[in-house]
Design a protein around this ligand. Structure first.
Ligand SMILES: Nc1nc2c(ncn2[C@@H]2O[C@H](COP(=O)(O)OP(=O)(O)OP(=O)(O)O)[C@@H](O)[C@H]2O)c(=O)[nH]1
Ligand SMILES: Nc1nc2c(ncn2[C@@H]2O[C@H](COP(=O)(O)OP(=O)(O)OP(=O)(O)O)[C@@H](O)[C@H]2O)c(=O)[nH]1
Length: 440
C-alpha cells in the first residue's frame, strides 16, 4: 500500500527546489496543526493524474568548495539510492555538463535503481533542444527537457517516472507481516535498540537479499510471529556535510515511515524531547501510522518517584497532537523493559488494523449526540445521521452530516474520544471524515 518515493538529485542551482515546488503545488505535506514543526520543503505528497507518490528533494545547501560539492553530491545520491523507488537526476542546460554530473551519474547508474534524466531550464524548446543532446553522454538514457519555471515537459517526465513505479507496489502488497520502523534523531539509540531486541530474545534474523532498500530491513521471529523492522540508524557515517544530516534524517524517516504500519520513535532521555524529535514524530502522525514512543537511556536518568510523571508530561505536552501514542521507558543498553516493547507492539499493530461494527458505532453516535448537543450557527444545528468505518491502517470513519460548516474541530474531537472510550484504539491515530448528505 505504500506510495512510491521519487527523489530529485542534482547540483546546486540546477532548479531542484523550483521543480519540487512546481510538482508539489501548495500541497506541502506538513500537518498544519503540528506544533514545533518547521515547514521546510523536503518532501511532499503529490497527485499526478491518478497516481500518488511522495516527492523528496535531496538538495538544499550550496557548498563553497569543489571538495564539499562532491561529497555533498555523493551524500545526495546515496540517500536517494537508499530511499527512492525512482530517481530524477536533474541537470541544467544553461550550465551544461560538468565533472560532478559525470561522477554522480556513475554512482547512480551502478545502483541499479531506475534513473530518469531531466534537463532543466529548457524554457524555449527550439532554442535549447540541440544543447540537450550533450546529456546523452551521461549514459543515463534519454534526457527529458523540462522547464521548472514555466512548468513545461512535466507530462513526459512523470510518465517515464511512473513507468518504473508500478511493479514495486505489487510486491509489497502481498507481504502481510507487520512492518515496524525504528525512527529518531541521530545518537538516540536506534541501532542499540534493534541489536538488543535481536540479542535479548534470541531471535532468528534473516537478511532479505535484493535491492539496497530491503537490505536495511531485518526480519524478526518471536513467539511464532514474524515482524519486519525497518532501520534508519547509521546516518552520521553517511552524511559528510554537516548541514545535510538533518535533511537526510527527515528523508530517511519519511521513506521508512511510508513503508511501516507502526513506528517506534526513540528519544534520548538525557536530552529530553526536542524540536527535532517533534519533527520526526510529525512525519508518522501525518501518515497515519501506529506510534510508540520509546524514551531511551533511562538508565542514565537520576530518578525519584516523580521523574516518570514529569517526563511523561513533557512528552505529552510537546507531542500534544498525538495523545494516542504509547509511551515506554527503556534502556537499550541494560535491556530494561525491552520485552515489554513487543507486547505494546502487538497491541498497537492490532489496533491500527482494527475494524469495528457499524451497528455499535451508530449506538455510540446516538449516545454521543444525546450527551452533548451538537453545535449550531445562525439557528441551524449540526445533525449527525450515520457513521461507518471505511478503512483500516489507520482506522478511518465517515460520518454523514447535514452541513460541514457546522462540524467544528472540537465536536470531531469529542466524537473521537467517544469512539476511543469504547474501543481504545491505543497507539493508533483515527481519522474522522465528515460528509454532507441531503436532509430527509
Ligand atoms: N530559466 C530558468 N531558470 C530556472 C528554472 N528553474 C529554476 N531556475 C532558476 O535557477 C535558480 C536555482 O533554482 P533552485 O530551484 O533554487 O535550484 P536548486 O537546485 O534547488 O538549488 P540548491 O537549493 O542550491 O540545491 C533559481 O534562480 C531559479 O529561478 C527554469 O526552468 N528556467
Ligand atoms: N547509557 C545508555 N547509552 C545508550 C543507550 N542506548 C544507546 N546508548 C549509547 O548511545 C550512543 C548512540 O547509540 P546508537 O544506537 O548508535 O544510536 P543511533 O540512534 O543508532 O544513532 P545513529 O546511527 O546516529 O542514527 C552509543 O554510544 C550507545 O552506546 C542506553 O539505553 N543507555
Amino acid at each position: 500500500m505504500s506510495k512510491p518515493i521519487i527523489a530529485i538529485v542534482g547540483r546546486p542551482n540546477v532548479g531542484k527546489s523550483t521543480l519540487f515546488n512546481a510538482l508539489a503545488g501548495e500541497k506541502i505535506s506538513i500537518v498544519k496543526d503540528t506544533p514545533g514543526v518547521t515547514r521546510d520543503r523536503i518532501y511532499a505528497d503529490v497527485t499526478w493524474l491518478n497516481y500518488q507518490f511522495t516527492l523528496i528533494d535531496t538538495g538544499g545547501i550550496e557548498p563553497d568548495s569543489g571538495d564539499l560539492l562532491l561529497s555533498h553530491m555523493r551524500g545526495q545520491a546515496e540517500i536517494a539510492m537508499e530511499t527512492a523507488d525512482v530517481i530524477i537526476f536533474l541537470t541544467d542546460v544553461r550550465q551544461g555538463l560538468v565533472d560532478a554530473d559525470y561522477q554522480v551519474a556513475d554512482m547512480l547508474r551502478r545502483s541499479g535503481k531506475p534513473i530518469v534524466l531531466a534537463v532543466n531550464k529548457v524554457d524555449n524548446y527550439e532554442k535549447f533542444v540541440l544543447d540537450t543532446y550533450e546529456f546523452y553522454n551521461l549514459g543515463l538514457g534519454t534526457p527529458f527537457p523540462v522547464s521548472a519555471n514555466s512548468k513545461i515537459g512535466f507530462g513526459d517526465l512523470l510518465d517515464e517516472v511512473l513507468v518504473h513505479c508500478n511493479p514495486q507496489d505489487a510486491d509489497e502488497k502481498e507481504d502481510e507481516r507487520p512492518r515496524v520502523a525504528i525512527i529518531g534523531k541521530p545518537n538516540a539509540g536506534k541501532s542499540s535498540l534493534i541489536n538488543k531486541l535481536l540479542g535479548e530474545d534470541r531471535l532468528i534474523v534473516s537478511d532479505i537479499a535484493g535491492t539496497t532498500r530491503d537490505a536495511i530491513d531485518t526480519t524478526v521471529k518471536r513467539n511464532g510471529k514474524e515482524y519486519v523492522f525497518i532501520d534508519t540508524a547509521g546516518l552520521r557515517k553517511k552524511a559528510r556535510v554537516k548541514e545535510d544530516i538533518e535533511r537526510y534524517s527527515v528523508i530517511r524517516t519519511v521513506a521508512a515511515v511510508e513503508r511501516c504500519d507502526v513506528a517506534i520513535l526513540v528519544i534520548d532521555a538525557e536530552e529530553g524531547i526536542t524540536e527535532q524529535d517533534a519533527k520526526i514524530a510529525g512525519i508518522a502522525h501525518e501518515r497515519g501510522k501506529g506510534m510508540i514512543i520509546a524514551v531511551n537511556k533511562w538508565d542514565l536518568i537520576e530518578k525519584n518517584d516523580k521523574t516518570i510523571y514529569k517526563f511523561t508530561n513533557q512528552v505529552r505536552e510537546v507531542l500534544s497532537y498525538m495523545s494516542y501514542a504509547e509511551l515506554v521507558f527503556i534502556s537499550a543498553k541494560t535491556g530494561q523493559r525491552l520485552p515489554k516493547i513487543f507486547d505494546v507492539l502487538d497491541m498497537v499493530i492490532e489496533n491500527h488494523a482494527l475494524r469495528v461494527q457499524t451497528g455499535v458505532l451508530n449506538e455510540i453516535l446516538t449516545e454521543a449526540v444525546a450527551m452533548k448537543q451538537p453545535p449550531s450557527d445562525k439557528g441551524k444545528r449540526l445533525k449527525l445521521y450515520y457513521i461507518t468505518q471505511v478503512s483500516v491502517k489507520p482506522p478511518t470513519f465517515v460520518v454523514f452530516i447535514n452541513d460541514r460548516q457546522l462540524m467544528h474541530f472540537s465536536y470531531t474531537r469529542y466524537l473521537e474520544n467517544q469512539i476511543r472510550n469504547t474501543f481504545g484504539f491505543r497507539g493508533t491515530p483515527i481519522h474522522i471524515i465528515a460528509r454532507e448528505r441531503k436532509e430527509r
